[in-house]
Design a protein around this ligand. Structure first.
Ligand SMILES: *Cc1c(COP(=O)(O)O)cnc(C)c1O
Length: 455
């Protein structure tokens, strides 16, 4: 066979025209979201005051396997898609592994991550419904940037609650979001009841993703014609992110490849859920024996040390309850954790698949993650996001296992984004100032003790 090229691109006319909904193939569905007021399954109607109608409907739709991608969304996807599937020849050589390593690179757009794949449809459906604007939160800033890009394209006002310490540590992230015309409010802020309550207790509170979510939801439901959007965890986000997996499947088919192992980092689970979607479909249908590995930070180990339980999605406890692997909505990773992926919970779809044995998970320490990131950058010339470097770490470990065992497996991992705004973390690593902190069982127990009691 001819040598496989470094970069494998689909032709524009072969781009997926539909998203794939993994729930349609699952043998058992994830547990339903609960209304915290009634303790009963939430209905789409109950979500309409918070989410756009079309997105609330997608959230609840367990049955439709393929959903047409609106033409307006396709038009913006074509600006930066297909994303390349890359054969990591140089990394393979460096590792002296017989494994073939491929990665799907989602950092080729200004947001620097896969988040634009869901930001575009979310902004589109809001515009289509005639809404006046959107609110959201952002932690590291990739989601805020992606949504600001999408809202600028569809001419929709956007307010972003940005975790305060992050808006201070990453002023250029904030500037980019503002450049696309969105308003950035550092969180906790005095603009919401949730923010004021936290500031009253602790005026120097540096913010968290959960707090920013509480503020963004409150701002949406109290502003006429506004709705709230979220960039991870939700079923609708995994649906939109399935373009990553569908493109990967099609590009691998072009070179007669199929993955033995699929690996991605997991914060709320959207890039992982998107990448594995078509391969997991085949696994559920008994057509492959592919392994799936979720990679998370040892300092925020939702899958590997969390509980599978109903929990709130935010610190302010105003969102519906989701059954997921969680560390408790009050959990905060240690201050010295620089590697991203700090969310306390996990996608309910992925939680169910993991619980039912379809997926594995590993937790990795951040110094080993940055070591992998630098090796990868030196071999493949891309500076990875610290989040994505978790997947690189596990891919390298799998490739080394293949070397030990003399097996030439096909490894596919998700390179979810680039790390140009994470140089403070890289600097700390290079100057030997980075260390690992792994929560003790007692630290975790505090979070578990506060889980809501649900029968
Ligand atoms: C947001 C983000 C993640 C984590 O989110 P998931 O929903 O778990 O995919 C991972 N990588 C990058 C580059 C991100 O921006």
């Amino acid at each position: 066979m001819a040598r496989i090229p470094h970069r494998i691109y689909l032709a524009e006319e072969s781009l997926p025209r539909q998203w794939y909904n993994l729930r349609a193939d699952m043998k058992e569905l994830p547990a339903p979201m609960l209304n915290p007021g009634t303790g009963r399954p939430a209905t789409a109607e109950e979500l309409y005051p918070v989410f756009c109608k079309a997105l609330a409907d997608q959230e609840m739709d367990d049955g439709t396997a393929y959903v047409d991608i609106p033409e307006e969304v396709m038009e913006m996807y074509r600006i930066y898609r297909p994303s390349p599937l890359v054969r990591a020849y140089n990394l393979e050589k460096e590792l002296k592994t017989p494994a073939r390593i491929y990665f799907k690179f989602e950092g080729n757009n200004t947001s620097g991550s896969h988040k634009l794949n869901s930001a575009i449809p979310q902004a589109y459906y809001a515009k289509e419904q005639g809404l006046r604007g959107l609110t959201t939160e952002t932690g590291a800033g990739q989601w805020g940037t992606a949504l600001a890009e999408a809202c600028a394209y569809f001419k929709l006002p956007l307010t972003v609650y940005m975790v305060k310490c992050s808006s201070e540590q990453k002023p250029y992230r904030k500037a980019i979001i503002e450049n696309f015309g969105a308003k950035v409010i550092p969180s906790p802020s005095a603009t919401t009841n949730a923010g004021r309550a936290i500031l009253a207790e602790d005026p120097n509170n540096s913010g968290s993703l959960g707090t920013a979510i509480s503020e963004a939801v409150e701002a949406a439901v109290t502003t006429q014609g506004y709705r709230y959007v979220l960039g991870s965890v939700l079923n609708q986000v995994l649906l939109h992110q399935s373009v990553i997996g569908l493109e990967s499947e099609a590009a691998m088919a072009l070179i007669d490849e199929y993955p033995d192992v699929v690996i991605a980092c997991a914060g709320g689970g959207s890039n992982l859920g998107g990448l594995i979607a078509p391969f997991m479909r085949d696994r559920i249908r008994g057509k492959n024996k592919t392994r799936f590995i979720a990679v998370e930070p040892a300092s925020c180990p939702s899958f590997t040390r969390g509980k599978y339980a109903y929990d709130f999605c935010d610190v302010g406890k105003i969102t519906p309850l989701a059954k997921m692997y969680t560390l408790g909505c009050g959990f905060k990773p240690s201050e010295n954790h620089a590697g991203g992926l700090r969310y306390h919970g996990m996608s309910p779809i992925l939680s169910k698949l993991y619980h039912d044995g379809y997926m594995e998970a590993v937790a990795v320490e951040q110094t080993r993650v940055f070591e992998a990131a630098e090796l990868f950058a030196r071999c493949e010339t891309i500076l990875p996001a610290p989040e994505s470097a978790h997947a690189i770490r596990a891919a390298i470990d799998e490739a080394l296992r293949c070397r030990e065992a003399g097996r030439s497996e096909t490894i596919l991992f998700g390179l979810s984004g680039t790390g140009y705004f994470d140089m403070t973390a890289y600097q700390a690593y290079n100057e030997g100032r980075m260390n690992d902190s792994i929560p003790a069982d007692e630290d975790l127990r505090k979070g578990f003790d506060q889980l809501p009691k649900v029968e």
